[in-house]
Write a protein that binds this ligand. Sequence first.
Ligand SMILES: [Fe+2]
Length: 272
Amino acid sequence: MNHTWNKYKYILNDEFMQLIFIKASDVLRESGEHMIDIHSHIIFGIDDGPSNIEQSVEMVGKAEKAGVRTIVATPHSHDKLFGSDRIFENYQEILYRIRDFGVTLKLGYEVFIHPAVSGMVKASRGLTLDSGSCLLFEVPFNCTLAEGYSIILNFHLESITPIIAHLERNRNFLKNNKDIGKYVKAGCMIQIDMASIIGVYGRGVKDFAKILLKYGLVSFVASNAHCAEDYEKWYLAAYREVVKWIGEESANRLFLGNAESILNKEAIIQAV
Ligand SMILES: [Fe+2]
């Protein structure tokens, strides 16, 4: 996407050649090109995502049509599902069915944290995105921000970088937004949902998402898709909205560049 164009624009000085690449870049942008989605409930029969293999395959197809080329499957994970064989078996079944698709599927989890969950931090080692060092987790509403913060500090002791899933939908953060900087300074990254950007959760959540983006506090925008229709209706619309809010270069970092970095096990630019 944009990084490809940047590579060429410094190599090519010829005006005509630059025009060709600008046009190609525009076409790719319109088609979505090469997004990486780090949060998707695409594995059937596990959580509130698809209930059968056909629905999972349909989700992959719609994601591909929206321009997504890599999806990290992130089934909800709590005590009962840690290391569940069923997740891995269903994931393997999807991999086989989509072998001819233009989408790469990887495995991670969306971890539901709570201070009362014993061994959470150690157990989280096996739940990171694509077995890397980043863990996607959700701070539940009944978990105070102080409790969440102490858990984050413990993740660091295990060399895990925490990514807070859809922070914009957590009313504790909305009410105590000064604490967000504290989390980010502690090395926490923030992911927001495409549906929040479109306004599916109401004006308040949309405005909060916009503020987080404009202040450069967000590292990823992801689908958090639970069905094929989610990708079809919201993914590209969210991308276009984010481009309007913060510009194409920053939007590309949040829909592709930062995700690419963590999947390549590289450091990312923390803020926009
Ligand atoms: Fe989710």
